[in-house]
Ligand binder design. Structure first.
Ligand code: PRP
Ligand code: URA
Length: 208
């Protein structure tokens, strides 16, 4: 077992994840519960963001509160990562966003890059990479490399469901990265889909 893998246990997450997994769940409901799951995952991943003291005055007294004191960037992996971005933006209101577009070849399951847009160098940033499914790990391996190339060395990956094969691949190649996930499933099938999983997240979320 990898030490920097955090499987998040929360009744609301387990409830919503079960609805996402159910083959009978339709697009509107899938979107609603994706948002709940993503919010709970991002809250957990954000626990490590540093804060600094901030002096304020309430209507009754002066006090020392706290303010986020670290530069954070979120990196959704297109397309399915967009589902998690909407939740992340509701929590991290002014956070910059970097995009990486990757699509798995249906025959080989190897990810092909089709888009990349980052707001410059990422030295000193904490990056939260958002991708609901960690299957073979090819997509997240590419994404971590792209973020590291920009100078970032504080990287967390946030996934809804992860497969053991993908976790091993990413953790062996990027030992300093942390994974927050809602579940670790059994295995990949012959088409490199996660079992039991929830099927194709992007297709179910975007109704394609
Ligand atoms: C899915 C998913 C991940 C990737 C995981 O994306 O959203 O990005 O597969 O698989 P891997 O760990 O084997 O790389 P997909 O390629 O289906 O594209 P989409 O997000 O546009 O649906
Ligand atoms: N991508 C998905 O959306 N689902 C899987 O099970 C594997 C990759």
């Amino acid at each position: 077992m990898h030490t920097n893998v955090n499987v998040i246990k929360h009744p609301l997450l387990e409830h919503s994840l079960t609805i996402l997994r159910d083959r009978d769940t339709q697009t509107a409901t899938f979107r609603q519960h994706s948002k709940i799951v993503s919010t709970l995952l991002v809250v957990e991943a954000a626990k490590s963001i540093a804060t600094a003291a901030r002096a304020i005055e309430t209507p009754l007294a002066a006090m020392e509160g706290a303010a986020l004191s670290e530069k954070v960037i979120v990196v959704p992996v297109l397309r399915a990562g967009l589902a998690m971005l909407f939740a992340a933006q509701d929590l991290l209101l002014d956070v910059p966003v970097g995009f990486l577009g990757l699509e798995r070849d249906e025959e080989t399951a190897v990810a092909r890059e089709y888009y990349q847009k980052f707001p410059g160098r990422l030295d000193g940033y904490k990056a939260l990479i958002l991708d609901p499914m960690l299957a073979t790990g090819g997509s997240l391996d590419e994404t971590v490399q792209a973020v590291e190339r920009r100078g970032c060395n504080d990287i967390s990956m946030v996934c809804v469901v992860a497969a053991p094969e993908g976790i091993d691949r990413v953790m062996e190649r990027h030992s300093g990265v942390t994974l927050h996930t809602g579940a670790i499933d059994e295995r990949l099938d012959e088409n490199k889909y996660i079992v039991p999983g929830l099927g194709d997240f992007g297709d179910r979320y975007f109704g394609t």
